[in-house]
Design a binder for this molecule. Structure first.
Ligand code: ARG
Length: 561
């Protein structure tokens, strides 16, 4: 049993039902300061029913609580502090990690149920923006965290591969495009054509009509239009795949917006059947006035469907095909209203599964305090950032460890790790100023720092020829700090899952790395004495948790670097 549960039960026994056990458990904190022990229970909640000052309650209660897991229990102001029996607790956690290996921290509360995660979802023929990068790394990490909690995940890349912009693109390509240029640098070329279309259309509005008619052709399955569309899509995907490969991200489904073309009629019919469609300026909408929101546009006056129609249809499709327990949409905060409307429309249709759908927004990447434009700073930039990071990592290796095996692979893990960690270490909703220098920093609270600490632990183990000897308890201050941190890992995972917050894991890893590095500089780990086996097991446990934590963020952990 976890020590916090033991503590809660010991308190529960002494307060005669004045608080529920679950409330006690919820109130228990982990003190930030050394002298305050390992767990603290604040007595404020008892003051009212016990008609006493919290400090008085703490004073009276503390001496009554005892358990072999605790070295001592004492009052400190309004708090009751419990100090673990360090030897016993450290032996238990080290043994547990050594026995479980990478499955340490695995939860089962997901019960194998499905979570659908819609993330990345870039738009065809447009650059992969910094926002898409955020969505990709956050979504990828959330999927891994969900799996660690016992869920099965369905990772969906809801590609933006449909919409009137394809009419414009076809017109532009037919007028000014060149096949070889598109093949060479598809996104760059297609974006230029798209931008040019808008410039020319200002002078020549007839182009807009042409674009509309080409999109109509596309919707009607015209051969030439379809062929061009498919080609744009394939070329774009090839470029996106380069990024996914670098990031080590994969999907279970690439069903994007176009996938729902032949499924939307059913959605519209269903809406009509439930009397939810109303006319508004020639268009058909779901009225959301009662909910205090603008109407959700379902079909335009010319019969064209919209982004929202496709999302509504996708939700129905996913529910039917994946029987999800939860469905997450990792999409920028500018779409908050859109998702509220879509979820609300589903509620109105009577689908209670809408309660299990959640939009997971995230902060902006700013340039000089302003939102970054997706027009520029797009794909070229992102791939360049990653390549530059890898180059820098390669240079570092060349300087510090030229004999390293598999240099290129390690450089990729470190360079990409730097960029990904930089994104994930802040609270999800924090806006971050774009800084290449920060992204490529390898020291301080960075991914490479954590990776380096992991490699250091591996190197100690290599020197010692693995861990060996019996595991006993450790009770010196430096070991204890590491042990306490390792004990937190399962809770950190659970918390990061419930808050959809990979940053909790990133922060934990920085702390663990710092604790371990302090331990490393103060304790002679490899000294031949009777505690050697235990120390090596602690090193090994740290390596296991660092590696697994990085994995949950989608970052690799080289054994040497
Ligand atoms: N393609 C959209 C964009 O780039 C994001 C799609 C998000 N997913 C969804 N189901 N709407 O803005």
């Amino acid at each position: 049993m976890k020590n916090s549960a033991v503590f809660a039960m010991a308190i529960d026994e002494k307060i005669e039902g004045k608080l529920d056990l679950t409330d006690i458990q919820r109130l228990i904190e982990q003190p930030k300061f050394e002298g305050q022990g390992d767990l603290a229970f604040p007595c404020f909640a008892l003051a009212k029913t016990m008609r006493k000052a919290p400090s008085k309650i703490a004073e009276e209660l503390a001496p009554l609580i005892s358990h072999p897991s605790f070295e001592k229990v004492q009052a400190d102001g309004a708090y009751i502090n419990a100090f673990f029996q360090k030897k016993e607790a450290s032996k238990a956690v080290i043994e547990e990690i050594m026995a479980k290996g990478s499955t340490y921290g695995q939860h089962e509360f997901g019960n194998g149920k499905n979570i659908v995660i819609d993330f990345s979802s870039p738009n065809i023929a447009k650059p992969f923006s910094m926002g898409h990068l955020r969505s990709t790394v956050i979504g990828n990490s959330l999927a891994k965290i969900a799996e660690k909690c016992g869920y099965q995940t369905v990772k969906i890349n809801h590609l933006g591969d449909w919409g009137t912009q394809f009419g414009k693109l076809i017109v532009a390509y037919k007028q000014w495009g060149e096949e070889s240029a598109v093949q060479k640098e598809p996104i760059k070329e297609l974006l230029e054509l798209y931008v040019r279309f808008h410039q020319e259309a200002e002078k020549n509005p007839k182009l807009n009509e042409e674009a509309r008619s080409w999109f109509k052709k596309l919707e009607d399955g015209d051969q030439e239009a379809s062929r061009l569309w498919l080609w744009f899509k394939e070329e774009s995907l090839q470029e996106f795949n380069k990024i996914y490969q670098l990031l080590g991200v994969s999907f279970d489904s690439l069903d994007g917006e176009a996938f729902y073309n032949d499924k939307m009629q059913k959605t519209i019919a269903l809406l009509a059947e439930k009397n939810l469609l109303s006319a508004s300026a020639g268009a058909e909408v779901v009225d959301l006035t009662a909910e205090g929101m603008p109407p959700l546009l379902i079909r335009k006056s010319d019969g064209a469907t919209l982004y929202a129609t496709r999302d509504l249809t996708a939700a129905l499709y996913r529910h039917e095909n994946y029987q999800f327990a939860r469905a997450l949409y990792v999409v920028g905060q500018e779409q908050t209203l859109h998702f509220k409307q879509v979820f609300q429309a589903l509620q109105k249709m009577g689908f209670s599964f809408a309660n299990e759908m959640e939009h997971i927004p995230f902060g902006f990447i700013l340039k000089n305090g302003k939102k970054m434009s997706t027009r520029k700073g797009g794909l070229v930039l992102l791939e360049k950032v990653l390549q530059e990071a890898i180059g820098l990592a390669a240079k570092n290796i060349e300087e510090k460890n030229p004999a390293l095996k598999e240099k290129q692979l390690v450089a990729e893990m470190v360079g990409v790790g730097a960029v990904v960690f930089h994104d994930l270490r802040n609270d999800r909703m924090t806006n971050v100023e774009f800084s290449l220098r920060d992204m490529l920093r390898f020291e301080g609270a960075t991914g490479p720092y954590v990776q380096y600490t992991h490699a250091r632990a591996c190197s100690i183990l290599r020197k010692a020829g693995g861990h060996h000897g019996p595991i006993e308890g450790l009770d010196d201050a430096y070991s204890w700090q590491v042990v306490k941190r390792l004990l937190e890992f399962p809770d950190v995972i659970e918390k990061s899952f419930h808050h959809n917050e990979p940053s909790a894991i990133a922060k934990f890893l920085i702390e663990l790395a710092q604790d371990f590095n302090k331990y490393y500089s103060h304790v002679k780990i490899l000294e031949e004495d009777e505690e050697l086996g235990t120390r090596l097991a602690l090193v090994s446990s740290t390596a296991i948790v660092l590696k697994e934590g990085l994995k949950l963020l989608g970052i690799g952990a080289p054994e040497q670097m």
